[in-house]
Ligand binder design. Sequence first.
Ligand SMILES: Nc1nc2c(ncn2[C@@H]2O[C@H](COP(=O)(O)OP(=O)(O)OP(=O)(O)O)[C@@H](O)[C@H]2O)c(=O)[nH]1
Length: 351
Amino acid sequence: MLTHIDKSNLPSMVDVSEKENSIRVASAISSIQLPEQMRDYFTGDDFKLKKGPVFQTAIIAATMAVKKTHETIPLCHQVPIESCKVNIEVNDDLRVDVTCKVRTSYKTGIEMEALHGAMVACLTIYDMCKAVSHNMVIGETKLLSKSGGKSPVLNNVKGLILTGGKSSRMNRDKALIEYKNRPHALYLKSLLEKYCDEVFISSRKGQWDGTPLESEKLLFDDEKMTGPVAGMLAAFNRDPSANWIVIACDLPYINESTIETLIENYDPSKVAVSFKNKEKGFAEPLCTLYTNKAREVFEKAYLEDTRCPVKVLKSVETIALEQRGKINLSNINTPTEYQEAKEFLAKGESI
Ligand SMILES: Nc1nc2c(ncn2[C@@H]2O[C@H](COP(=O)(O)OP(=O)(O)OP(=O)(O)O)[C@@H](O)[C@H]2O)c(=O)[nH]1
């Protein structure tokens, strides 16, 4: 049923009066390609022109546009904007990416506000720079993520279940042991499929021949590499533009809340969103949402002989959230820990 058309086939605003308020966040991106002549005006963090500072003006324009979205888009609701963050990045080839993240506690989504803000920022950049040259192209504009509705949406996201370890402390494959009546890697796969465009099982070549994982979508490590970073780099290289949710196969308490919290906190300007280790506070790297900035960081670290993903995350900008409520990243490595976790889960408790 089309909700924007009433019984007489006339356009009408969707009635949200009966809906509950909830926290809603949306993030959108728009890009503009600047011409080579603009390079001369770049100061390192903005373009300074006679008309004024380009990015500062674009950020103000985006914020104003976000607040006025309902005045431009006919059937949009008037949503109280509680936060609007605009981030602008310049690429080496002078493509400028504007991301606009908007937040409200209201009854309806705010992706139109985020898209409007990002697009108006690009139009403003065009207007500021056109005295230098009109040779500019406003390019792709798209929603990156939204949350607060039924379930959060993140565009261009793939899933990776890490199973390439040796499981030497467990004495049997941690990816195949069962907490929920099926090999745990398959449970994690079906969980990630709810949110991801595609989910891969990361392993060493030939590792799962003759097992229930053999027919799954496997992604093999580069044979010259070892450790979880080998699996992560195989994924980041398979699709460098994607966001990747990476989950180790030895985490029995991963659930919808875990994945949805990562998605809700997605920020394309950071390398990753993760959770803090409960005892030591560092960002956990093996239950983490990586943005497309992660590939370069992990490749450089690997070449410099840093194989520990915890150390890599410590060296970059990462969001590290508290493990609260239903979120528990305890990992299980030994037969005794496995028995305890299985008994705990059998009681029907989620964590
Ligand atoms: N793809 C890939 N994943 C790995 C590799 N080594 C470890 N992992 C995964 O990374 C996560 C953490 O692994 P660890 O617990 O540190 O190591 P493990 O080999 O699984 O277990 P132990 O032998 O008992 O240390 C698990 O999900 C592993 O399957 C690897 O070389 N390649």
